[in-house]
Design a binder for this molecule. Structure first.
Ligand SMILES: Nc1ncnc2c1ncn2[C@@H]1O[C@H](COP(=O)(O)OP(=O)(O)OP(=O)(O)O)[C@@H](O)[C@H]1O
Ligand SMILES: [Mg+2]
Length: 251
């Protein structure tokens, strides 16, 4: 059974279907790419899977359970985390505090626990150690106490991706993990993705425009065009696909 399976998924804005009947699946342990021209519905698809939008039709199954229509925090609790196309860090907070945010949102600040220090104190310390370890893995631990605004574009992307590990996810949805990042560091980000797959047994669905890097790391790809999947396959086959070349590469 696939870890993530979408069947005939629709997300409409008014009468416009940004996602228009998408079926796709991602198996446990896979790194799958999602590509397509600007406006083809990739980000809308990720947002719908992550619970930011209610699907208008179709089903989303994750880890054997339907998750379509669940709120983003419920989806996150099930083990499906996401990163955003635009940086979503709190720039005046330290890198370490940014890394701690997902964990806090999930557990630490629940009203029913807050009055009882003993119930969250240990967890808080464990979380801090875990966040520090994540920063060390990403080789940005020297910036732990600097404001996030001091990080380079690539380090911000690494932090956004790395902090999703705080929720101990099974799968990550990444929207353009190398957007605005210098080419050398863009490659490092994908090496980090591969390392995270091995070290944490993670599964990835990745939207990315830098195909020359993406194609080196993905097991398979889906191509979207006008809200629909128009092709699926391994990088070598996708590169040769005449329709993909027409709509995406303008040939
Ligand atoms: N909140 C919204 N309200 C109305 N229309 C939207 C909204 N979000 C996206 N759209 C429209 O849906 C379509 C798909 O947008 P989406 O952002 O999903 O594309 P994308 O494939 O991620 O593009 P890009 O590669 O440029 O990031 C576009 O036509 C866009 O204008
Ligand atoms: Mg997008």
């Amino acid at each position: 059974m696939p870890l993530l399976e979408l069947t005939n998924l629709y997300k409409c804005f008014g009468r416009f279907a940004a996602v228009a009947g998408v079926s796709l699946h991602v198996n446990a342990g896979e790194i799958v790419g999602l590509i397509g021209p600007n406006g083809s519905g990739k980000s809308t698809l990720l947002s719908t899977v992550a619970g930011a939008y209610q699907p208008n039709d179709g089903t989303i199954n994750f880890d054997g359970q339907p998750i379509g229509g669940l709120s983003p925090d419920k989806v996150f609790d099930r083990g499906l985390a996401r990163s955003y196309q635009d940086p979503s860090l709190f720039f005046r907070m330290s890198a370490l505090d940014n890394a701690l945010l997902p964990a806090r949102e999930q557990r630490g600040e629940q009203a029913r626990f807050a009055p009882f220090r003993g119930r969250w104190w240990t967890q808080e310390r464990e979380n801090t150690a875990e966040a520090a370890a994540i920063l060390a893995d990403l080789k940005i631990d020297d910036r732990a106490h600097a404001p996030a605004s001091d990080l380079s574009g690539g380090q911000m992307k690494l932090l956004e991706m790395g902090r999703t590990l705080m929720g101990e996810p099974k799968m990550l949805l990444l929207d353009e993990p190398t957007a605005g990042v210098a080419p050398a560091l863009a490659y490092t980000i994908f090496e980090e993705i591969e390392r995270m797959r091995t070290a944490h047994g993670l599964t990835f669905l990745i939207v990315e425009h830098r195909l020359e890097i993406l194609f080196d790391f993905v097991d398979r790809l889906y191509v979207m065009h006008m809200g629909q999947v128009i092709a699926e396959g391994k990088p070598a086959a996708i590169e040769q696909d005449a329709f993909v070349r027409e709509v995406y590469f303008g040939e």
